[in-house]
Design a binder for this molecule. Structure first.
Ligand SMILES: [Ca+2]
Ligand SMILES: [Ca+2]
Ligand SMILES: [Ca+2]
Length: 235
């Protein structure tokens, strides 16, 4: 599944992705939510975003000594709110089916960039008697979803929190893609395997940045309005 992420407004990206995902019918609740920098439809919770994804690893990203197509995939989340958030009810999954690939845990601080590897997913799946497929992010493109369990549902149901779409040329050896600092565009980080084609997102020559802010070219957080979060990031 490939969804264009060419739009310049992050909200637009989300709207397009979410509309495409509605057929998968995650349980819905009434009302939209507004958050920092976003006005979004439906159930989208803008306080935590999928900030960067690397779907086709060719390096030992999780530093376990082995380069593994499954274990070294990674997904970076960013807390774009102003408060610490408990991740215990959040899950990650790709576009194949409703079953989550990983339950998250711990808390994420404001502007913290937290990362989960395919190996984390495998470990969680093994511990829960599930098939150990990991995230299984398709190298021809995929959708990555952050979902949250709905309290009181049995069997447990999930609501969509955030989703991004990765296209074929983004899911190639050690290329990641993600939002710029202001979350206004979706960029390709292809320093390790330059992309010279014309598809968007186009090549930037910038490097993947697991657990760090996505900064690329002039795309550095310099606005005075974000000084507080900037300070928090580098404290
Ligand atoms: Ca993959
Ligand atoms: Ca590894
Ligand atoms: Ca990053």
């Amino acid at each position: 599944m490939t969804i264009g992420v060419r739009q310049t407004a992050a909200g637009w990206v989300l709207a397009a992705v979410v509309l495409a995902l509605l057929a998968w019918a995650l349980p819905t609740q009434a009302g939209g939510q507004d958050g920092p920098g976003f006005t979004v439809p439906g159930d989208i919770d803008p306080w935590i975003i999928i900030n960067e994804v690397l779907a086709d690893p060719a390096s030992d990203w999780n530093k376990d000594g082995v380069v593994d197509a499954k274990g070294d995939e990674w997904i970076e989340l960013r807390n774009v709110s102003t408060m610490p958030l408990d991740l215990g009810t959040y899950f990650l999954r790709d576009g194949s089916g409703d079953t989550p690939d990983l339950q998250l845990s711990g808390t994420i601080d404001p502007d913290e960039h937290a990362i989960w590897f395919g190996s984390d997913s495998v470990a969680w799946q093994a511990a829960n008697g599930l098939s150990t497929t990991g995230f299984a992010l398709n190298n021809t493109g995929d959708v990555v979803q952050l979902v949250r369990s709905i309290p009181g549902t049995s069997p447990v149901q999930y609501e969509l929190v955030f989703a991004v779409a990765i296209s074929d040329h983004e899911a190639d050896d050690d290329r990641s893609s993600g939002f710029d600092w202001l979350r206004t565009s979706w960029q390709l980080f292809d320093a390790m395997f330059p992309y010279t084609g014309a598809l968007v997102p186009v090549g930037t020559g910038c490097a993947p940045s697991p657990t760090a802010p996505n900064q690329c070219g002039g795309n550095v957080p310099t606005e005075s309005a974000s000084f507080g979060t900037l300070k928090a990031t580098y404290r």
